[in-house]
Design a protein around this ligand. Structure first.
Ligand SMILES: [Zn+2]
Length: 331
């Protein structure tokens, strides 16, 4: 391995696992692995876990620590990227957590922190479906709904880092409670959790349906079941997918009217259903957006899968390093 090549460490911190990548300046993954997220004691051990694992891999790969120019990290929740602080990340346990400072303390490296959805947008735009668009929106449909916007070539962060929180736009004020403390956010419908919630409502409302019979036999239902049953022609499941795609298409049209992107990229676990959901999103997106907006906007599936986070985090570090260490980088 050519250790002369400078590298950055990309971290994608999630509620279940932490994905770690050693990435060069071209965006190639030299090595990647993951460790479980230890949520004990409000996530106190996570920083040490990460550095212990990274240091071990660097030794194993015989990488000189001087060749690592920094750490880029994406974390869930409300993030202040300038101060490197996590205000609140419910599914990790952090509250007012000085992530960048703590990580810098153990590693001796400069740490650049951003919200995970923004980081995924950077990753897809650098090496994935974005193809370096100047204006783009990436929406990740997983356990929750994440979204990141790049406008005029930069992440849209807003006044206190809360821009592009499309998942918390209220789309059904009489709907389900959201983990943000309010009711009816997009997140509560257009996520894996939301699909299951909708299915459970239908099972209760239609106890004699095929869907109820399926549920009673299996004892549980997940979002993939709903997509599979819809593909097999189950009308209730088809309706759930249609409603979800319609709501997503409408919200994406609203967002597109604000930023006029050339690409909208759909990623996350639900996007694995592929065209089944995508074609409904596109149908309603085109119905609700101004033709002048939809005509120039390609709505497509993400390409990097689970690597979007670590690649985006690496990109963010490479992008931010010269800005925050003026003169420190000779090239
Ligand atoms: Zn919410």
């Amino acid at each position: 391995m050519n250790t002369l090549d400078e590298m950055v460490i990309g971290l994608d911190i999630g509620g279940t696992t932490i994905k770690i990548g050693l990435i060069n300046r071209s965006g190639d993954i030299i090595e990647k692995w993951e460790i479980p997220t230890n949520k004990e004691e409000k996530g106190t051990y996570i920083v040490d876990d990460i550095w212990h694992s990274v240091a071990g891999h660097l030794d194993e790969l015989k990488v000189n620590h001087n060749d690592i120019i920094g750490i880029g990290a994406g974390a869930p929740g409300f993030i202040d990227s300038e101060s490197g602080k996590v205000h609140e990340a419910v599914n990790v346990g952090w509250k007012n957590f000085e992530l960048a400072a703590k990580l810098k303390e153990v590693s001796g490296l400069t740490v650049f922190l951003e919200n995970d959805a923004n980081i995924a947008a950077l990753g897809e735009n650098w090496k994935g479906a974005g193809e370096r668009a100047k204006d783009l929106l990436v929406m990740t449909l997983g356990t929750g709904v994440g979204s990141g916007i790049i406008a005029n070539g930069a992440i849209l962060t807003g006044t206190n880092g809360t821009a592009a929180e499309i998942g918390h736009i209220i789309v059904d004020p009489d709907g389900y409670p959201c983990n943000c403390g309010r009711v009816g956010c997009l997140d509560t419908i257009a996520s894996a959790t939301g699909i299951v919630h909708q299915a459970m409502d239908q099972i209760t409302a239609h106890p004699k349906s095929d869907l109820s019979a399926y549920y009673n036999k299996k004892g549980k239902i997940d979002s993939k079941d709903v997509f599979d049953l819809a593909a097999q022609g189950d009308n209730i499941c088809k309706e759930i997918i249609n409603r979800t795609g319609k709501i997503l298409g409408a919200e994406l049209a609203r967002a597109a009217m604000l930023i006029n992107p050339s690409k909208i990229i759909i990623g996350g676990g639900l996007s694995r259903a592929g065209d089944q959901l995508l074609h409904i999103i596109i149908k309603y997106f085109q119905a609700y957006a101004l033709p002048r907006v939809s005509r120039v906007c390609e709505v497509k599936l993400a390409e990097l899968g689970n690597d979007a986070g670590i690649i985006g985090a690496a990109y963010y570090a490479l992008q931010q390093y010269p800005r925050r260490n003026q003169g420190a980088l000779s090239r």
